[in-house]
Design a protein around this ligand. Structure first.
Ligand code: ATP
Ligand code: MG
Length: 496
């Protein structure tokens, strides 16, 4: 083995929590290397999400060396806990050198066997860029499979024969696409061909695992590329087959892209803006109902998609449930898809329409719905909403969500007033309510059942004409207050 070819000198800054682990192992006479994702991240200049150490020590040796170890999993991995605020350093995993086990279910090795040397451990790893080991004490990277070169070339390649590696464990197929999407790498030709040939074995992968890799892809900086690669390699069928229906589905006049590309561009916009996961999923799925509802209209001489929001909401729910997403994600995304169509032209939309939107999606999701709308527009190749129109929408949403100024605010209602003043229904009750409202608007601390009941009794004794006048003053004050509040909101958003 030519040491020079297969390793290179490198000094990475390693957190103290991590080097303490490798030092402890080495001082006790064992070998210790950082491996896998963290070495890949160091070499690509990304911040490692977790730190994995591999060693020729066995679980019992490891547990003796670290008194705070707290678990051991099926693979002989021992977790060492560190007192730190940094979540990536809280648990450092130490895994003994292992051999590739035999796979009979395309997913899990039948048993685990420890290896005596690092080379064997690296051989079982999935991709060349994930198969490098870093010695903290020696400051060098052991790189038996040209992972460093592949990082330079931005290429993903399996360690060894790709067909064999994917046949052993089909999850690697999804990991390939996910890593390509996260890193912006291309997949090497032989590796990609083997993915196409073995894609069928994804049937053996659980929905949860597919969901987890797919979610990482969506959360990557380039989800559009990830989904496109997954589709080209024949994997989307196992993730979101309903998306594929949109390929080549031409749309109506406003659209320059087919349904598929439009959905993808919407997704990418959500990623570019750093919007939350459920907004990204909603952007991707917002027009998922279009292929099923697409009809040619002779009258319009164009395609129509009536009901695609309702159909799409249902399809999104089913798809996300199938992928075992948590209920909250399923509900939020399907609601956003269901109501994404609502916003129309800001010059035409009425406040009551906006109120209906808020009622449908709920005040928690209404701002996310605005984000999905922005993704929809950008996904159509339309310019961004002008700042004025955007502010106008926001202002209208706030206006719609504002609790109205009305007698409903009072800690007393008509029925109670009738009891207190021994009256049957009639204009007098309304006068009393509005007279009370005027007082409460002037001094909100008076809004207690006790005070209002006493005051109502007093008011009821007034001559009807006088009471009527007080009631009318109350109504005027209410209208003034309403107008004032709306004015405030509009001023805040700089709109008329
Ligand atoms: P992430 O950034 O998501 O943590 P990762 O590559 O570190 O990515 P892990 O699941 O943490 O993923 O796995 C750590 C390492 O274990 C990988 O870098 C790889 O060397 C190896 N590995 C993980 N899954 C597999 C697999 N299915 N087959 C072979 N090796 C794997
Ligand atoms: Mg990792």
């Amino acid at each position: 083995m030519n040491e020079l070819m297969e390793s290179h000198k490198k000094t990475y800054k390693i957190p103290a929590e991590v080097s303490r682990v490798t030092e402890t192992l080495e001082k006790a006479g064992f070998e210790a290397y950082l491996v896998g994702g963290c070495v890949r991240d160091l070499e690509t200049g990304n911040k490692p999400k977790d730190w994995d150490v591999t060693t020729n020590a066995r679980p019992d040796d490891i547990k003796k060396l670290f008194d705070e170890t707290f678990y051991e999993n099926d693979f002989g991995t021992v977790g060492v806990v560190s007192e730190t605020e940094d979540p990536t350093l809280k648990v450092i995993e130490i895994t003994p050198y292992r051999l590739e086990g035999k796979y009979s279910d395309k997913r899990r090795p039948d048993g685990i066997t420890f290896a005596d040397n690092l080379e064997d451990d690296l051989k079982r790893r999935d991709f060349t860029i994930n198969a490098m080991a870093y010695s903290v004490s020696q400051g060098h990277v052991l790189d038996l499979y040209q992972g460093h070169q592949d990082i330079k070339d931005k290429v993903l390649r399996t360690v060894g024969n790709p067909h064999e590696r994917f046949s052993e464990d089909a999850l690697r197929i999804l990991r390939a696409v996910r890593l390509a999407s996260e890193l912006g790498f291309t997949i090497n030709k032989e590796t990609a061909d083997a993915i196409v040939e073995t894609a069928l074995s994804l049937k053996h992968i659980s929905a949860e695992r597919i969901r987890d890799e797919f979610s990482k892809m969506i959360d990557s900086p380039r989800p559009l590329e990830g989904v496109v690669i997954a589709q080209r390699l024949g994997l989307l069928t196992y993730i979101l087959p309903e998306m594929e229906e949109g390929i080549g589905k031409e749309q109506n006049g406003d659209h320059i892209y087919d349904v598929w590309e439009h959905n993808l561009r919407a997704l990418q916009h959500a990623a570019d803006r750093g919007w939350p996961f459920h907004v990204k999923l909603a952007a991707l799925l917002h027009d998922v109902g279009k292929p099923a509802t697409r009809r040619w209209s002779d009258e319009k001489k164009d395609w129509t998609f009536y009901g695609h929001d309702v159909v799409g909401g249902r399809m999104a729910k089913k798809a996300l449930e199938r992928l075992k997403f948590p209920k909250k994600i399923v509900d939020d995304v399907s609601t956003l898809v269901r109501y994404h169509l609502f916003f129309s032209d800001v010059d035409k939309i009425t406040l009551s329409a906006v109120r209906r939107i808020v009622k449908n999606v709920g005040p928690e999701l209404v701002w996310d719905l605005m984000k999905v709308r922005a993704c929809d527009r950008i996904g159509m190749g339309r310019p961004k909403e002008t700042p004025y129109r955007l502010r106008k929408y926001e202002s209208m949403i706030e206006e719609a969500m504002r609790a109205p100024v009305s007698v409903g605010m009072l800690k007393i209602d008509g029925a109670r007033i009738m009891e207190v003043i021994r009256e049957t229904p009639g204009p007098k009750v309304g006068f009393v309510l509005h007279a009370l409202l005027e007082e409460v608007l002037d001094d909100p601390t008076l809004n207690t059942a006790e005070y209002l009941e006493g005051k109502a009794t007093e008011l009821a004794k007034l001559p009807l004409e006088e009471l009527k006048k007080l009631g009318e003053q109350g109504k005027e004050k209410k209208d003034e207050k309403e107008a004032g509040e709306i004015d405030e909101i509009r001023k805040k958003h700089w709109v008329k």
